[in-house]
Design a protein around this ligand. Structure first.
Ligand code: NAP
Length: 364
């Protein structure tokens, strides 16, 4: 009987990591889950059969220990500062432990001249992983997660407003993948390196959707009228500052504005939808309605109660009263590496040619 390789999942309590670990366990693979808190998520993973490694994945000593006795690994940098540090710690430990195959969560936007320092760091991490002589790599190149729309689930459910800075409501600019489908592609590549080493896959949902399509689906799922409202970048930054989503540092906020700019410019529409979920993940990609029904069933802020509505109104007031943060000042203060020649995807010949894009498809 063949022994299945042990697989390390970094960021295992996160959106893609949790699903990747659970799906691997479901297929009978031994999984070591790297988490930093011994909370309900770690308990859930342990109950599903994962070995829990509690530590700091930016610390080389911890990563070395986490990789001992492991043959393959899922590399997922948190959306946080010091991505290069995470990537280097991971690469050093993977090299020392002769990890045979790595699946890395990359970004569809990644190119060396992108205005986002986080995105440039993803590109550099990919390059470093690609230099490892004993390790093969698969890149999973995700665009804009379906999960991002649920940042505004509370105003959608309580006030009927999908408030996001995504531009024209009628333009179909994203085929959003579920966390589960991203994980299915990760798992497909982790369990079959022979077929997937050296390849890049972009998981997407089945359909390109406009912001109005997203609002219409939420209308159906929530059983109330939900209207998409395009908001300014200033209002978006105020909202993110007033109601900081879990796991988003001040630094991450400065990057989200750049990702919404890419959304408005149409970068996520390029080349989508793809067949990666079916081809690599072995399942039909989930449509947005299925994803929304699952999320709505799980989240307390989706339940329409008087108290929830009052909280949503209070949050709106809080946003209105929050001064607009100066994202450029934050980046300078935090010491982000800023490059003078940066270019959004549609302005980069390098990105356009490597992503099969026609410049005419993207707004300047
Ligand atoms: N969102 C998008 O649309 C999108 C699109 C393309 C690519 N991506 C990429 O997706 C990646 C993030 O993946 P994700 O959304 O699946 O992850 P995630 O949900 O943000 O999870 C990251 C996890 O890392 C954990 N963590 C943070 N610092 C840690 C530390 N020092 N030691 C151990 N654990 C630590 C966090 O723990 P706690 O939960 O306990 O805080 C969290 O569970 C990023 O690299 C980003 O570039 C995202």
């Amino acid at each position: 009987m063949s022994v299945k390789p042990k697989i390390l999942v970094t960021s295992a309590a996160g959106k893609s990591g949790m699903q990747t670990a659970l799906q691997l366990l479901g297929k009978g693979y031994p999984v070591r889950s790297f988490v930093r808190r011994n909370d309900h998520r770690a308990k859930h993973l342990a109950e599903a059969g994962a070995e829990i490694f509690l530590g700091d994945q930016y610390t080389l000593a911890d990563m070395r220990q986490a990789m001992a006795g492991v043959q393959r690994a899922y590399h997922c940098a948190p959306t946080a500062p010091n991505g290069l540090h995470f990537g280097t710690v991971f690469a050093v430990a993977a090299h020392e432990n002769r990890i045979e195959h790595v699946v890395t969560l990359s970004q569809w936007l990644a190119h060396p001249g992108h205005p986002s320092v986080f995105t440039r760091e993803v590109h550099l991490n990919n390059a470093v992983l690609g230099m490892m002589s004993d390790t093969t790599v698969t890149e999973v190149n995700v665009g804009w997660f379906a999960d991002n729309y649920f940042m505004v689930l509370e105003p959608a459910a309580q006030l009927g407003l999908l408030t996001m800075p995504l531009g024209n409501g009628d333009e179909k600019k994203n085929a959003p993948p579920s966390n589960e489908d991203i994980a299915a592609v990760n798992v497909g590549a982790l369990i079959d390196p022979a077929s997937h080493a050296g390849k890049t896959y972009r998981p997407t949902g089945p359909d390109l959707l406009s912001p109005n399509d997203i609002a219409r689906t939420l209308t159906k799922v929530l059983g109330r009228k939900v209207k998409y409202q395009d908001i300014s970048e200033a209002m978006f930054l105020k909202a993110l500052t007033a109601l900081r989503p879990p796991n988003y540092s001040e630094a991450a906020l400065t990057q989200l504005r750049l990702y919404t700019e890419e959304y408005r410019r149409g970068a996520f529409a390029v080349g989508g939808p793809t067949d990666a979920v079916a081809r690599v993940g072995g399942r039909a990609p989930e449509g947005f309605e299925i994803i929304a029904r699952r999320v709505v069933a799980e989240r307390p802020e989706a339940v329409r109660t008087f108290a929830n509505k009052m909280r949503a109104l209070r949050n709106f007031m809080k946003i209105a009263l929050t001064p607009k943060p100066d994202a450029d000042e934050i980046e300078t203060r935090l010491g982000h590496v800023l490059i003078p020649s940066s270019a959004y995807c549609g302005e980069s010949l390098d990105w356009l040619s490597s992503h099969g894009a026609d410049p005419a498809d993207l707004a300047a």
